[in-house]
Design a protein around this ligand. Structure first.
Ligand code: ZN
Length: 165
């Protein structure tokens, strides 16, 4: 079976995931190739979960097993938390709400809402504000309640799937 090209759309997704740089954190070399975590010879398919952008040097080291598959998978999962997406705090909030059953919410101080702006913009969480607010020196001290939206749940689901495969 001859090896088909990786579809452009899939290739772009893998490159964007790594910011068009080697996915190995301290390397980050700008010239990259698409590496199959489980070798092509074995899997005979191009699947997003199995692809990672590596520089030619790290690619060769991965082929030799100097960088093993488990490490590559961890590097890949880490990419989904990195690169100007969400802060660690935002990801933590999503995971806390995800793990709690059903209608649970998380209290969060109003005046710190700016720290979770990106998960709000992405509509991954809903906010319920109290009817009356308490202000101290012009700062809103009332807590708001955060809820995970369906969109947020789907996002975490997609991360969890990436980790499993
Ligand atoms: Zn590299």
């Amino acid at each position: 079976m001859s090896r088909p090209h990786i579809p452009e759309k899939l290739k772009r997704r893998v490159l964007i995931e790594a910011g068009h740089r080697c996915a190995i954190p301290k390397c980050r070399y700008p010239h990259v190739v698409i590496h199959h975590i489980i070798p092509w010879a074995k899997c005979k398919e191009h699947k997003y979960k199995n692809l990672i952008a590596l520089c030619p040097n790290c690619h060769a080291r991965a082929d030799k097993g100097e960088i093993d598959r488990k490490s590559l998978r961890i590097y890949k999962v880490n990419l989904s938390y990195a690169h100007d997406k969400f802060s660690r705090l935002e990801v933590d909030i999503l995971f806390i709400l995800y793990k709690e059953p059903g209608s649970s919410s998380l209290q969060f101080p109003s005046f710190m809402m700016i720290l979770i702006n990106r998960i709000l913009d992405a509509e991954y969480i809903d906010v319920k504000r109290p009817q009356s607010s308490v202000e101290i020196s012009g700062m809103n001290m009332s807590p708001v309640y955060l809820f995970l939206t369906n969109k947020g749940r789907e996002y975490i689901d997609s991360l969890e799937t990436d980790q499993r495969n």
